[in-house]
Design a protein around this ligand. Structure first.
Ligand code: FAD
Length: 464
């Protein structure tokens, strides 16, 4: 048996535009794709429930004979090397702090034993260390980062999907990774919402470019409209590469693509920020916020998680998340603002809930998003910018269609009242069959009072 190259797969579950796979195939040796579920290494940031569901389907759909194992990555790599005589290991670089530490150690150990190791780019367009300010330091503000990102793009060419790959005939057994929920099986809404495969990602990108790209800048804030790409879970697990996306955009005229390109750059920026601020998922990056008087309020946290706050657009968002594993960006911002400002609950509680329930849960994007919302992060929204959930609902879901979809008990309320059922006249509620406090909750906080309380806490924090 010719010694194979081990292709250690992580969040790069695709065959197209895959530098590590491309190099492995080009070597002419048989390729042994290996996936290791190593929860202990990721610790608190092990894939959450929804991301595990996604991972299961991504592995099933991957057009490679992947060997699946569970356990300590270094031990399993050793076993596979021992059993097959492999003398080379390739992988795509990851940028989560725990992953960087683990990869470094494994690389050093394998090299010390004479195994050839090479790591490749592919997760982001520009690697987190590839863009720097003139003084050599990392960026802290998005706009100048984006300028440099854009000017460095050039004409992108993707690697083709290899044909006629020689897969290793290793005869090793798979572990059962048990990634799907069983008792209870809560994944029905996920199954209805997603088709998980590399082909589905390509089709989604094509459909987005043809049908929604032109109106993206205008529609991207309206959750009832199919105005965004919903490519985030595909990007997170690597079913599509950011280069494939930007190369596709380069096939249409520049002025149509600016707003969308910017979002892809935000994703690179998040990886840049996490790489240079490894504490970002745990600690507020702005001075003072760790001393902010965050509230420990399990009951209200639960009401928020379950979409029972009495603020319809917040509840719609939280229920969309629970049912489909996804939440629209505008609604992520306003549910996040509600948790951190109206309820004054620590952004980390929101981050952890999103980590467990999002199919696109991504440590860089999620922790940057939460610190942005809370006002504690890099280039963040100022804390005193507190969204009014009723006004946000009226502005971004003017007909109430998004609320009607996810909060069916309010479906018969007219648009005028759908974002403020607590203010609606009794006869309007009667006709819509809404019984406040029974069929739908009364607001769990008064917005004006909560806003003043949060602003006062913020002023005290600044003063101390
Ligand atoms: C509190 C909070 C938590 C978030 N958590 C995550 C997360 O865990 N995983 C995740 O992928 N995104 C996260 N985001 C960013 C953003 O909400 C999602 O990327 C976006 O909603 C995904 O939908 P889409 O693919 O339709 O986006 P589109 O609007 O179609 O954008 C295309 C792609 O650009 C990237 N992108 C868009 N907006 C952002 C952003 N603000 N920051 C970084 N990248 C962005 C994503 O990869 C996205 O798929 C979070 C945002 C907030 C405010």
């Amino acid at each position: 048996m010719t010694a194979p190259i081990v292709l250690w797969l992580r969040d790069d579950l695709r065959t197209g535009d895959h530098p590590a796979l491309h190099a492995a195939v080009s070597s002419g040796k048989p390729v042994l794709p290996l996936f290791i579920l190593d929860d202990a290494a990721a610790g608190a940031w092990r894939a959450g429930g929804a991301a595990r569901w996604w991972l299961h389907h991504a592995l099933e759909a991957l057009e490679m004979p992947v060997l699946r194992r569970e356990g300590d990555s270094a031990t399993i790599l050793d076993e596979v090397i021992e059993a097959t005589g492999a003398d080379t290991v390739f992988w795509t670089r990851r940028y989560e702090p725990f992953a960087i530490g683990q990869d470094r150690k494994i690389k050093a150990d394998l090299k010390a034993r004479g195994i050839r190791v090479a790591s490749f780019p592919g997760r982001t367009l520009f690697e987190p260390f590839g863009i720097r300010q003139k003084n050599g330091g990392p960026y802290k503000v998005f706009t100048p980062y984006f300028r440099q990102w854009q000017s460095g793009l050039g004409h992108l060419v993707c690697l083709p999907r290899p044909d006629a790959t020689r897969w290793s005939d290793h005869g090793l057994d798979n572990d059962d990774l048990r990634l799907l929920p069983t008792a209870p099986d809560w994944a029905g809404g996920l199954r209805e919402s997603w088709r998980v495969s590399e082909e589905a990602a390509r089709e989604r990108l094509d459909a987005f470019v043809e049908e929604a790209l032109d109106s993206y800048a205008k529609d991207r804030d309206f959750p009832a409209i199919a105005g965004v790409s919903r490519l985030s879970p595909f990007l997170h697990a690597g079913l599509i590469s950011p280069r494939q996306i930007v190369a596709r955009l380069q096939m249409v005229e520049d002025e149509r693509t600016f707003a969308y390109l910017r979002q892809i750059a935000w994703r690179d920026f998040a990886a840049h920020c996490l790489f240079h601020n490894p504490a970002m998922p745990e600690t507020s990056l702005r001075a003072g916020f760790e001393a902010f008087p965050w509230r420990d309020d399990a009951e209200r946290l639960r009401a928020w998680q379950e979409g029972r706050t009495g603020f319809p657009v917040v509840d719609a968002g939280m229920r969309e998340l629970w049912q489909t594993g996804y939440m629209h960006n505008r609604v992520r911002m306003l549910t996040g603002s509600f948790l951190t400002k109206n309820l004054m609950i620590h952004w980390r509680s929101g981050l952890e809930w999103f980590h467990d329930t999002l199919v696109d849960a991504d440590l860089a994007n999620n922790s940057m998003g939460w610190q942005w919302v809370a006002g504690s992060g890099i280039d963040a929204a100022p804390y005193f910018r507190i969204f009014n959930p009723t006004v946000q609902g009226e502005r971004f879901d003017p007909n109430g269609d998004y609320v009607r979809r996810f909060v069916p008990e309010l479906a018969r309320l007219p648009a005028e009242w759908i974002h403020k059922p607590a203010d609606a006249p009794a006869d309007v509620l009667d006709r819509a069959d809404v019984r406040l406090g029974a069929s739908y909750p009364s607001p769990i906080v008064d917005h004006a009072t909560a806003r003043n309380r949060a602003l006062e806490a913020f002023r005290n924090m600044k003063a101390s």
